[in-house]
Write a protein that binds this ligand. Structure first.
Ligand SMILES: NC(=O)c1ccc[n+]([C@@H]2O[C@H](COP(=O)([O-])OP(=O)(O)OC[C@H]3O[C@@H](n4cnc5c(N)ncnc54)[C@H](O)[C@@H]3O)[C@@H](O)[C@H]2O)c1
Length: 334
């Protein structure tokens, strides 16, 4: 359904070259927005997953490449934008054990750059800052509402908590129109093997004889990517959400093992599961349980997830089947 709010609106999406960002860009274009897509500069001219969207959508967006850590190029990218969706981040948890400083620079300083640029802009109407359910750590109660305590169980989570606090402080100190969107785990086409669902599906589709995974008992609340993008868009047009943190989640909980069993049915390959120590997080760093309370999002915007978990797994598996060149079944990617 077209939402008139977006028609002709100047929108910036950072992290537009990424998994969620590319779906968000597609949806914004279909809503009639004028989208500027901020992509991570590289010398091989890659625009990431934006190369996967239709030529028609691609023609309608302005691509600006740069580095979120650089305040000058972020300020240029924000010029004349009314709504800013900030998604660019380093997001892999295992890599955050190795390159922790890079996570602080990208996720904390990057968010600061976007907020500063927004603050200096005359055109800004709203910033949607993207957080993550990882900031809650293992659930202390379920479902997890926005009042749940925060816990830095990984450097990734800690850097996102830092970014969220900077965003909150800009709302409180400078009356900036900031919404903090907090998606729970997201899956779907264009997600790479660093995430659990593509890792499982790719191994099964390559015809593995046994499935190699990390911990099997943690549970997650999995959003299909178009539903996460829909939640971000709903918040983008919601003035009442300013100054608030808002969860995006389904309210359903699946363990990694249950997810693997469902994917075995979808991929028609029933095998033994082997839990590999190399793929496990350090014990105190593992987030054992995540389950969203998304009532705030529902009452603010009327959002509801559209894609059932099993249907989302079918769509994801068929995308992976058609894109096996992006996957290597013998390599553990982080
Ligand atoms: N995928 C999930 O399950 C999930 C869940 C909750 C929240 N999120 C949040 O959603 C956002 C998008 O995540 P995603 O899954 O699409 O990840 P992604 O890695 O696919 O996208 C992130 C993008 O950020 C860009 N980026 C990284 N460093 C940059 C830099 N220095 N300068 C400019 N761009 C840079 C990358 O090019 C990448 O395309 C992130 O903020 C993440 O924390 C993701």
């Amino acid at each position: 359904m077209m939402d008139k709010f977006w028609n002709g609106r100047q929108v910036l999406v950072t992290g537009a070259d990424g998994f969620i960002g590319s779906h968000l860009v597609e949806r914004l274009v279909s809503e009639g927005a004028n989208v500027r897509a901020f992509t991570f500069y590289n010398s091989w001219n890659s625009i990431g997953w934006l190369s996967d969207i239709s030529q028609q959508s691609l023609k309608n967006i302005e691509i600006v490449s740069g580095d979120i850590r650089d305040d000058g190029c972020v300020a240029d990218a924000c010029q004349r934008c009314e709504i800013i969706f900030h998604l660019s981040s380093l997001i892999a948890i295992p890599y955050s054990y190795k390159a922790t400083r890079a996570y602080v620079d990208t996720n904390v300083v990057g968010a600061l750059n976007v907020l500063q640029a927004g603050r200096q802009s005359d055109s800004l109407e709203r910033i949607i800052h993207t957080s993550t359910s990882e900031v809650y750590g293992t659930a202390q109660f379920v479902p997890i509402s926005e009042d749940h305590p925060l816990s830095g169980q990984s450097p990734y989570s800690a850097s996102k908590i830092g970014a969220d606090m900077i965003a909150e402080s800009f709302y409180r100190s400078f009356d900036m129109p900031v919404v903090t969107a907090r998606p729970f785990n997201t899956f779907g086409p264009r997600q790479t093997a660093r995430a659990v669902i593509p890792t499982i599906a790719a191994q099964l589709l390559f015809g593995c004889k046994e499935l190699t995974l990390g911990a099997l008992t943690p549970t997650r609340d999995f959003n299909f990517v178009t539903d996460t993008a829909g939640g971000l868009i709903a918040l983008g047009s919601c003035k009442e959400a300013e100054g608030q943190v808002v969860n995006i989640g389904t309210g359903e909980e699946w363990s990694i093992e249950q997810t693997a069993r469902l994917l075995m049915q979808v991929c028609e390959n029933e095998v033994e599961i082997k839990s590999h120590v190399e793929r496990k997080r350090p014990e105190k760093s593992e987030v054992n349980r995540l389950l969203a309370d998304a009532d705030r999002l529902k009452s603010l915007t009327g959002w509801a997830p559209q894609v059932k978990f099993k249907d989302g797994l079918e769509i994801t598996a068929s995308w992976i089947r058609e894109n096996l060149q992006h996957f290597d079944p013998d390599r553990y990617t982080i």
